[in-house]
Ligand binder design. Sequence first.
Ligand SMILES: Cc1cc2nc3c(=O)[nH]c(=O)nc-3n(C[C@H](O)[C@H](O)[C@H](O)COP(=O)(O)OP(=O)(O)OC[C@H]3O[C@@H](n4cnc5c(N)ncnc54)[C@H](O)[C@@H]3O)c2cc1C
Length: 416
Amino acid sequence: MRAPMIDVAIVGAGPYGLSVAAHATAAGLDARVYGRPMEAWERHMPRGMLLKSEPFASNLADPGGNYGLEAYCRPRGFSCAYGEPIPVDTFVDYGRWFQSQAVGEALDPSQVTKVRAEGELFVIELETGETVPARAVVLALGFLPFAHRPAALSGLPAEVSTHSSEHHDLSRFAGLDVTVVGAGQSALETAALLLEAGARPRVVARGDSLRWNSVPDVSRPALRRALAPLSGLGTGWRSWVWSELPDTVRHLPAGTRRRIVRTTLGPAGSWWLRRRFDGHVPVVLGRTLAAAAHRDGVTLTLRDGAGMEGTLRTDHVIAATGYMVDVGRIGILDGRLTRAIRRTGTSPKLSRNFETSVRGLYTVGLAAADTFGPVMRFVHGAGFAARRVTRGLVSSLGVRPSTGAVGGRPVEHAAR
Ligand SMILES: Cc1cc2nc3c(=O)[nH]c(=O)nc-3n(C[C@H](O)[C@H](O)[C@H](O)COP(=O)(O)OP(=O)(O)OC[C@H]3O[C@@H](n4cnc5c(N)ncnc54)[C@H](O)[C@@H]3O)c2cc1C
């Protein structure tokens, strides 16, 4: 069945997709956001996880700023203070509340199975069999399409080798020896949660030591605050620029941008995780994965800095080895669209309004980090992205008076 044409189809209902939807509908655009709200946070992050970002840097964005995390937490008696990590369940519920308040009926929880071009339009194919013509498309797919695994694990079957993003309930590993590869928050927290779920985890990492973030100083004197301001990406002027001025990052040379994305908030564990990890989870440092074989569990071959190899036997290996943006891995894009997207390396080249080289096709979140810097890897970048994308949509599509209402309130034409 073919649905009536809409202005913009937003694919993905995570923090970025919902924020873009809130802005686009408020600007009078006929927008639809597709996907189950906050699904990646509910199903692809471990149960019991705490957010690494501070509450003030974990807001979804609506144009009026009415539906921040604090507006959700305070009336419910949940703490939302600096230095107090937010449980992932609370964040999922917050995202769904935001959707009900700021996005309303612009949500369609169907999965998008294909996005293709048809003349000047795009056509969105849904899992329901419905097709929807749209004048523009915003890809807000988040991190799931880009899960990165070390090549050495590629020959292992799925029952003994997974990526951290495949897990929510870690209790299935109770009693098993599990090796977690990686040194970032995801690796360290997965290992701590595995231990707490009755498994026998260990961490294998390339570096010679693990890094831990320091305890936040909640009462910093004014001088210290001026010398090292607080931002969504941590303290210090450099972090502040990457966090608050993503458009400045866009003007830096490509190599510099890439280095900033790679090194800002690099692999490190949260301060609150350390006491659950240190002394409880065995760690093998200074080793890279050279090979892996599957026979009666998994045998990993690990190589040290001098090239010496040793083996380690484990029941299951979890690659907590992050995400690498690659346009070629956006499976829902029709091949012709994929080929038409210009890139630097494997990331899309984007305009100042997050538009790809395909007119009317935008992408936000992690896929935009190569252009706008590290803040796009975090919820904190959602407000900037939503404002910019909406500005681009409004200027290229034009704004029509909206007849709809969002969350029971009349739509405000905020972009006029
Ligand atoms: C373990 C872990 C912990 C993290 N902790 C933090 C943190 O504490 N703070 C922080 O700021 N960031 C954190 N991040 C980064 C976080 O992923 C991003 O900040 C955030 O998810 C970005 O929002 P998003 O909307 O771009 O992506 P997502 O939240 O991934 O949302 C994208 C959505 O698109 C949906 N989708 C994909 N394909 C389709 C399709 N074809 N049809 C319909 N829907 C589709 C997905 O199911 C998903 O729900 C963490 C990441 C990981 C992996």
